[in-house]
Ligand binder design. Structure first.
Ligand code: SAH
Ligand code: SF4
Ligand code: F3S
Length: 458
């Protein structure tokens, strides 16, 4: 079901008339992945439509919101610590609103536990009710304690305002939720089932972004390759082809891609649509078939390598990044060695590596043979050491290469140094004026550092 946001705006404008003259400020602390970053942009837009303006820091704000993540155990500990630290500030300024939202709030009983432990939290809400924020704020201002979770609300709401953090490149959701139930992962429980936005809504949003000067977009979904499966309309490959025609748009990125659904049609769409960048984030998680099966990933090492091979055939400078988990229940030294050998075989430009973290309610949490914490730590280090070597080897390939960089910003520490990315997601630093930000520049690579390239304008 798709709804338009209009009906929520009347409450927002009522609040704006009241709050704007008072100069009320908000601050959002965001944890977790791009989904949460994007949600915080929408929350910021909604708060501004209610008359709040962005505070420079937490201390001077009238409304503080924590947008939480629960993908791993430590994310949870950190946020609880930071909420607890606000107790005194709230005592000193009782009118300050403290809110907590995001994935963690959608976990069984966590919202209740949080409200019990921190009685000074005024507002709690889930991941799929952002559009009701003006209404919630209104209740809080009237003195209520509000808790609104998504439950089975599967509505996709279009037309919400947002305040985007970055001026060159914008995130655009193409779908919400996840159907994959990888056995270690909490996301399907806290973000619900897959809901795709319509092609029209996506095109519309991107056209508006382009009219504001954005030339690069990153399409977001937990598994973009299954876009459209729920609505039985256009596929992801078809979507890429439509977006490629948007005038003024120069680069299309997307993440994440689940290998089991990365079809030949998607690879052809990457090949045939020049705006689609030559980089895919393709989380592998493990190099061992036994572990991949236990993870419910639904592909084998061989199938994964076959996709890598096809992607590499798109262009000589095609790059891949990945996510890897070490110490999944039952992972033996031999399984882990297979992960290391896969890392060597693929040659990623970067890997995001994690120690397996037990998430209550997931299938893997009940598996026997949980791996010892010290062993996980050791494997993580071995993996990171190998990837660090691989990244340097991969970067070396680019010396003398000329490529187009979209300049994203300038280095505050060094004068006249700007940075930006090649189509294949490699970060390049080079001498240039800060007014190059937002422009495309041809750069020759002259050297490389641990995680980036150094270049000069040609
Ligand atoms: N939907 C994305 C991933 C989202 S979560 C995808 O499938 O690619 C980002 C990464 O966090 C995952 O790829 C995985 O590597 C890691 N992760 C998820 N659950 C985890 C857990 N319980 N312990 C450790 N890492 C985990
Ligand atoms: Fe989690 Fe798997 Fe869904 Fe990614 S695809 S969000 S890892 S369940
Ligand atoms: Fe975390 Fe939610 Fe993303 S659990 S990783 S913020 S989808």
């Amino acid at each position: 079901m798709t709804e338009n946001a209009n009906e929520f705006f009347s409450v927002a404008s009522e609040l704006k008339a009241e709050l704007e003259p008072l100069g009320k400020k908000y601050y959002i602390e965001t944890y977790g992945c791009q989904m949460n970053v994007r949600d915080s942009e929408t929350i910021g837009g909604l708060l501004q439509s209610c008359g709040y303006t962005l505070a420079d820091n937490k201390n001077e704000s009238d409304l503080i919101l924590f947008n939480t993540c629960c993908i791993r155990d430590h994310a949870e500990k950190r946020v609880f610590g930071n909420i607890g630290a606000l107790k005194e500030a709230k005592e000193a300024h009782p009118s300050m609103i403290i809110g907590v939202c995001g994935c963690m709030m959608e976990q069984d009983n966590v919202a209740k536990k949080l409200q019990r432990r921190f009685p000074f939290v005024d507002l709690v809400f889930g991941t799929n009710v952002l559009h009701r924020l003006p209404e919630m704020i209104k209740h809080v201002l009237e003195g209520d304690r509000v808790c609104l979770l998504s439950n089975n609300d599967v509505t996709v709401v279009e037309g919400l305002p947002s305040v985007r953090d970055v001026s060159t490149s914008a995130y655009v959701n193409i779908m919400y939720g996840c159907n994959n139930f990888c056995s270690y992962c909490i996301v399907p429980y806290v973000r619900g089932r897959e809901r795709s936005r319509s092609v029209d809504a996506i095109v519309n949003e991107i056209e508006q972004l382009v009219s504001k000067g954005y030339t690069e977009i990153t399409l977001l979904g937990q598994n973009v390759n299954s876009y459209g499966n729920d609505t039985r309309s256009s596929s992801f490959a078809e979507l890429l082809t439509v977006l490629n025609q948007i005038e003024g748009l120069k680069r299309i990125r997307f993440m994440s891609s689940h290998p089991k659904d990365l079809s030949d049609a998607v690879i052809d769409a990457i090949r045939n649509n020049p705006k689609v960048c030559h980089h895919v984030h393709l989380p592998v998680q493990s190099g061992s078939d036994r572990i991949l099966k236990a993870m419910n990933r639904k592909y084998t090492r061989e199938q994964y390598l076959d996709i890598v091979h096809k992607l590499r055939s798109v262009s000589h400078d095609f790059e891949l990044t990945t996510d890897v988990i070490v110490g999944f229940p039952g992972e033996t030294e031999d399984d882990f060695l297979q992960t290391l050998s896969l890392i060597k075989e693929v040659g990623y430009s970067a890997a995001f590596t994690f120690k397996y973290s037990k998430r209550q309610g997931t299938k893997a949490a009940t598996m026997e043979e949980q791996v010892d914490e010290a062993e996980k730590k050791l494997r993580l280090k071995r993996l990171n050491d190998l990837q660090a070597e691989m990244t340097v080897t991969d970067n070396m390939k680019y010396i003398d290469h000329i490529g187009e960089v979209l300049v994203e910003g300038y280095d505050q520490r060094e004068t006249c140094t700007v940075f930006g990315k090649l189509s294949n997601f490699k970060m390049v630093y080079f001498r240039g004026d800060p007014d190059l930000v937002g422009k495309y520049v041809n750069v020759r690579i002259t050297a490389c550092k641990k995680n980036s390239l150094i270049g000069e304008i040609v």
